[in-house]
Design a protein around this ligand. Structure first.
Ligand SMILES: *Cc1c(COP(=O)(O)O)cnc(C)c1O
Ligand SMILES: [Zn+2]
Length: 445
């Protein structure tokens, strides 16, 4: 007998295991539920730690069919302390969970796809599919190729070129839709009713979503089996943030970490902020939006798990904020320049939102705060296109270089002199990430 099955989140009706995401009684979403009494007898910190560093080390807590053998070491990305970024945004105990380097396609979506495909195989699908804002497309295409599935990928037509190419290269069928993600997703629900395909985020969604829990398990284990005070999570459909919470709750239930309140903070781009808008209005209902932001991986105007994300945030004593597109770009640069991590727009959203939450005193400097960086900057280089000039090339001569260097030093002295005439804003020095003073120092060093 399996230790898990599908259960309706609202009426509690159970459905065993099948490719289905909605309750036939009350039309609420289904979720995987586990026999924790049974699991508790078998798991321990030592057991997990003794296994290879990837998501499969937590296999008892994932919905994996009997006989499943993983073929890829997905996950177990670094959790690193971020003192330089912390100094700039006002946190003394800041950590980054770096899924910009997740295997195989450099986003946290590799976790959810790995778990979804394990189930697609068990349900007998030979074709897998998804509606995607970009990263899911990359991951389904890559893992389908590796596992020998045919793949059909549906995307809004305006995705970043690297995300389109990074899907096609794996040989997937790519269908571009004139419309937003929400249109694409609605179409995929209709296609899933007509074709016997495993849509990872439609009919396989409950299994897919469980893959996100591994972010939470890893954070706890990497903190030495402790929970942080705060987590800041970017939100699209709102699933990841609810699953990190589920992971922490499970670890407490199984006695693997000390019980402790963790505040959940959701991050969005202002141009698509249905969840943060609801939180800021103390509302529990999502008002759908028409997305308009460069953070395309988060551009879901009608988030499937929005209601549950709001609940997770508000019950934890957390909050949600959103930032403008220019702030997304400057936050990408801030993270890269301070910690050497190049994230995509979603990571910019997370860093910029964290900074805002610290300024609002919702996150305090001495609390342990984890920022979830969920995707890689090489996939969204288009948003930085106008930020840097191509320097004029010089001849391969030492004298040319010395001239070049002298001109640079002159330029930075002029910039520094100009700054001497500017009165600093009281109290703001430590929290202004892009004061030109930083730029001048960088040039002189
Ligand atoms: C999909 C995605 C998210 C958000 O995921 P949800 O579970 O839908 O909220 C965050 N970051 C990146 C990079 C993503 O691709
Ligand atoms: Zn129900």
């Amino acid at each position: 007998m399996s230790t898990y099955e599908l259960r309706c989140r609202e009426c509690g009706k159970t459905f065993e295991n099948q490719p289905r995401s909605i309750c036939e009684e009350c039309f609420s979403p289904l979720e995987v539920t586990y026999d924790y009494e049974e699991i508790k007898k078998h798991v321990s910190r030592e057991l997990f730690a003794s296994r290879a560093p990837n998501i499969w080390r937590y296999r008892e807590l994932l919905p994996l069919p009997a006989g499943f053998t993983p073929s890829l070491p997905v996950g177990f990305t670094p959790l690193v302390s971020a003192p330089r970024l912390g100094e700039k945004i006002g946190s003394r105990r800041l950590c980054i969970k770096n899924d910009a380097v997740c295997l195989p396609t450099l986003s946290f979506k590799d976790r959810v796809v790995a778990v979804a495909l394990a189930n697609a195989r068990a349900f007998g699908f030979d074709t897998v599919a998804c509606s995607s804002t970009g990263n899911l497309a990359n991951s389904v295409a890559a893992q389908a190729a590796r596992e020998g599935f045919k793949a059909w990928i549906f995307i809004p037509s305006d995705l970043e070129p690297a995300k389109i190419l990074g899907t096609q290269v794996f040989g997937a069928e790519l269908v571009r839709i004139n419309g937003s993600y929400d249109h694409v997703n609605r179409l995929c629900s209709q296609i899933a009713d007509e074709h016997r395909w495993g849509f990872v985020n439609v009919n396989l969604r409950p299994y897919y979503a469980e893959g996100s829990k591994t972010v939470g398990y890893e954070i706890a284990e990497q903190l030495g089996w402790r929970l942080p005070d705060n987590v800041v999570v970017p939100m699209a459909g709102g699933s990841l943030i609810t699953k990190i919470k589920k992971a922490f709750d499970e670890l407490i239930l199984l006695g693997l970490v000390e019980p402790k309140p963790v505040k959940f903070f959701g991050a969005q781009a202002s141009g698509c902020s249905p969840i943060s808008t609801a939180v800021k209005q103390y509302s529990h209902e999502i008002e759908p939006q028409r997305p308009k932001t460069i953070a395309r991986s988060l551009a879901i105007g009608n988030p499937a798990d929005g209601h549950y994300a709001i609940k997770a945030i508000s019950k934890s004593g957390g909050w949600s904020e959103d930032i403008s597109d220019p702030e997304v770009v400057s936050s990408i640069q801030l993270l890269a320049g301070s910690e050497g991590i190049f994230t995509e727009t979603a990571g910019g959203v997370t860093v910029g939102t964290a900074r805002k939450l610290i300024q609002q005193d919702r996150i305090l400097p001495d609390e342990t705060t984890v920022l979830c960086i969920t995707g890689n900057g090489l996939k969204t280089t288009d948003v930085l296109a106008n930020c840097y000039q191509a320097e004029k090339p010089i001849a391969p001569k030492l004298s040319e270089f010395e001239n070049y260097l002298a001109s640079k030093i002159d330029a930075s002295k002029i910039a520094a002199a100009a700054l001497d005439n500017v009165t600093p804003i009281a109290g703001a020095a430590g929290t202004q990430p892009f004061s030109s003073a930083d730029g001048a120092l960088a040039l002189e060093a």
